[in-house]
Write a protein that binds this ligand. Structure first.
Ligand SMILES: [Zn+2]
Ligand SMILES: [Zn+2]
Ligand SMILES: [Zn+2]
Ligand SMILES: [Zn+2]
Length: 355
């Protein structure tokens, strides 16, 4: 394991051995300049340097520098509800940073250290805990770690947990933690199931997008080839064909099937309207003409391009014509209605006129 963080301060060698006894000895004897204590639930007092605590944790800094707080003879900060070993590890990490010797200590206390680093806002330690916990994740522990990650706003770790649940859902479902979750925590269960469902949907959508992109890519290659075949004569079906080697055919695996289709189209004996191969090339030719920018027939050699364009233009004109016709009908009916209303008003005015 690489050294995650450099040592923060010189600490007594006894502290390096993360055992309660060693710290007790340090507390009873030489305190190496420590001017504060961290006290645990069982009354264990761990000597600490208040300036290091304050520089590492904004929360501890506030506690140590409370304006109205009068420390008696010594500064004692209580960290309760956490096992001694975890508090000890926390204090040691604040003083010494995190290195490869801490692997085992992290493994035993990782979850508690995550909580402590979250509560006391020690960002680097929280990140280190997230990394280590994610590294040790397995199907048996993932649900508990996920629960904790949510409580500690550890979004990165939470996501890693969810990804593992998704990857190994069968094994996770067999774990005790999952059984407990099913019986006692329907909200978290729902949250996990929703994540699985949404990520399934996302995967399907991205697969669909990729397939669409692939189709567009193939179509664009086909368009490129179509122009290229009829412009440069890169084909066996054109009478004035040039030598294949002289042509810089772009995507060869798109070009050859297209040439075969064109060859079929030119010789098809069947009904072209129902023949699937003819229909395909027909659609490709139509697609070409819809994107072809050539102004006149001499600049585009692709067959049927001009005819399709002409047809489309006619259709557009028809559509436009129909729009005008509908508009005309509507206006005419409004005109007829208003002149009828005017006449009515005029007639009723005459009836009521002076006798
Ligand atoms: Zn080609
Ligand atoms: Zn070619
Ligand atoms: Zn055919
Ligand atoms: Zn064209």
């Amino acid at each position: 394991m690489t050294i995650l963080f450099a040592k923060r301060a010189e600490v007594p060698q006894t502290w390096k051995v993360a055992t309660v006894a060693a710290i007790k000895a340090a507390g009873d004897g030489d305190r190496h300049g420590a001017d504060a204590f961290i006290q645990t639930s069982t009354g264990l007092r761990i000597p600490a340097h208040s300036n290091i605590l304050a520089s590492m944790s904004p929360v501890l800094a506030r506690v140590l520098n409370l304006p109205n707080k009068r420390w008696k003879s010594e500064k004692v900060i209580r960290i309760l509800g956490v096992p001694n070993e975890a508090v000890l590890a926390f204090v040691r990490l604040l003083h010494a940073g995190c290195d490869e010797e801490d692997e085992e200590m992290m493994r035993r206390n990782g979850m508690h250290l995550l909580v402590l680093s979250h509560v006391y806002q020690v960002k680097w330690l929280k990140r280190a805990c997230e990394k280590r916990l994610a590294f040790w994740l397995d199907a048996a522990t993932v649900v508990d770690v996920l629960k904790l990650a949510r409580l500690c706003d550890a979004a990165w770790l939470g996501l890693r947990c969810l990804k593992l649940v998704k990857k190994d859902f069968g094994a996770v479902q067999k774990s005790d933690a999952w059984q407990f979750l099913e019986a006692n925590d329907p909200w978290l269960e729902l949250y996990i199931l929703e994540f699985l469902h949404e990520s399934d949907l996302r995967e399907k959508q991205s697969r669909r997008n990729m397939e669409e992109q692939k189709t567009y890519q193939q179509l664009s290659e086909a368009m490129e080839c179509l122009e290229h075949i009829f412009k440069e004569g890169c084909t066996d079906i054109k009478p004035d064909r040039r030598r294949r080697s002289s042509c810089s055919c772009p995507p060869l695996d798109a070009c050859q099937p297209l040439q075969l289709l064109l060859l079929h189209f030119s010789k098809c004996d069947g009904n072209r309207a129902t023949c699937s191969r003819c229909r395909r090339i027909w659609q490709l030719l139509k697609l070409h003409s819809s994107i072809c920018m050539a102004q006149d027939s001499s600049s585009c050699k692709v067959p049927l391009c001009r005819q399709f364009k002409y047809k489309m233009q006619k259709m557009e004109e028809k559509l436009e014509e129909r729009k005008w016709m509908v508009l005309g009908k509507k206006v005419a009916s409004v005109v007829a209605f208003s002149s009828f209303a005017k006449r009515k008003r005029y007639e009723s005015g005459r009836d009521l006129g002076p006798e």
